[in-house]
Design a protein around this ligand. Structure first.
Ligand SMILES: NC(=O)c1ccc[n+]([C@@H]2O[C@H](COP(=O)([O-])OP(=O)(O)OC[C@H]3O[C@@H](n4cnc5c(N)ncnc54)[C@H](OP(=O)(O)O)[C@@H]3O)[C@@H](O)[C@H]2O)c1
Length: 354
């Protein structure tokens, strides 16, 4: 990544340009942000080729705006995809990278009354451009959080933990004693699924890639609450259900990988089960056997005039989840309540990353 100063001219289409233009007419007493350093990409492409550090001059903080000093912002796989230009929703370059993070309020505009300097805040819902040292945005963008939250958790709560939380709620009614199955169990989403499921009394069967040190990885996931952890090669057998032990056949599976790893999730699913795809890390398509579609249905027993019938209730379901779509409906308050709940778990050490 190169570090370069940026001339006003080359910033002509940059989103914060409105602020630079305003600088020329600002009253002398206007409240200004400190200069900021941002990770910017001018075009789509490989992140190591198209990103650079840019120095951004101070901007005016308007009445209803808050200037936040960013403390931490993660690099999510989707951030990389946005820079590459392959993520469905993305800012037009030139743009600042990043989508979530945590910061400390540096200064507030004169009409801001919910936030004060020193408060810790996250953009909620998450919003583009968190990879910079100072951000000026409207008060309503920011959600105040507990300052005692470990920084790395505060910076990452709005995407992966929320995804895990929603996927455990939105597809199948899970009861204590049920189980789920997932691949990419080492991912942050996967780790959150393990722990949030455990809090509901739901067991988890976890699939990881083959690797050196697999035993240590299994051990780490079990410390988080995983019931079973298998490498993909351990599941190359006809009847994986033999490996369930005391766990019930899972009604819900999560696929973050595609290809063979998705097939392994399907192998564990009980008849009438649901597999939710939320990621495609292997970039391979999902292949489903014809017999799964035809025969993996659930039968219910119906009694009618002293006769018993078996009625096919539900067959295999393949579903998808995208947090951004879930958030696009008017769910700001619900979203912030869930974030507070997840942050409480994080502060209590009940939701963590290995
Ligand atoms: N749909 C949504 O709303 C939504 C929301 C959040 C995240 N996501 C997606 O969820 C996925 C995980 O995100 P994250 O931030 O939790 O990721 P992460 O912590 O960076 O973990 C990546 C995971 O993918 C696995 N992986 C990487 N490359 C792979 C490959 N070529 N084949 C198989 N597995 C591979 C890794 O396994 P190893 O341990 O073996 O390296 C690891 O388990 C990403 O695709 C992300 O875009 C989707």
């Amino acid at each position: 990544m190169k570090t370069v100063g940026l001339s006003l001219r080359s910033l002509s289409s940059f989103p914060r340009q409105r602020c630079f233009a305003r600088n020329h007419v600002c009253a002398f007493s206007a409240l200004m942000s400190p200069p900021s350093t941002a990770v910017v990409y001018d075009q789509h492409g490989p992140p190591d080729k198209v990103t650079r550090l840019v120095e951004i001059p101070p901007v005016e903080i308007k009445q209803n705006e808050v200037c936040v000093k960013m403390l931490a912002a993660p690099i999510n796989p989707s951030d990389i995809n946005r820079i590459e230009g392959v993520y469905p929703v993305r800012p037009q370059p030139p743009a600042v990278g990043g989508y979530e993070g945590v910061g400390q309020v540096h200064a507030v505009g004169s009409s801001v009354n919910t936030l004060s300097p020193g408060d810790w805040v996250i953009p909620s819902p998450p919003s583009f451009g968190t990879w910079q040292t100072y951000i000026v945005k409207e008060e309503t963008v920011w959600h105040k959080i507990n300052k005692h939250t470990p920084m790395e958790y505060a910076a990452t709560v709005t995407v992966n933990p929320l995804t895990a939380f929603r996927m455990l709620q939105d597809f199948v009614q899970l009861n204590s004693g049920d189980a789920i199955v997932q691949n990419a169990a080492t991912s942050i989403v996967g780790q959150c699924i393990i722990q949030l499921a455990r809090h509901q009394g739901v067991g988890s069967i976890n699939i990881i890639r083959d690797r050196a040190g697999a035993d240590q990885v299994k051990e780490n996931l079990k410390k988080l609450g995983a019931d079973e952890v298998f490498t993909e090669s351990q599941l190359e057998k006809k009847n994986v259900k033999d490996l369930l032990g005391s766990l019930s056949e899972p009604a819900l599976g999560f696929n973050c990988v595609g290809g063979n790893a998705a097939t392994l999730v399907l192998k564990f699913l009980r008849n009438g089960g649901t597999m939710v795809t939320y990621g495609g890390m292997s970039k391979k398509p999902i292949t489903v056997s014809t017999s799964s579609f035809i025969f993996k249905f659930i039968l219910v027993c119906v009694r009618c005039s002293n006769e018993i019938f078996f009625h096919p209730l539900q067959d295999l379901s393949l579903r998808g989840f995208w947090l951004q779509k879930w958030m696009s409906t008017d769910r700001a308050k619900e979203c912030r309540n869930m974030i507070d709940h997840l942050l409480d778990l994080m502060c209590d050490g009940k939701l963590k990353y290995e």
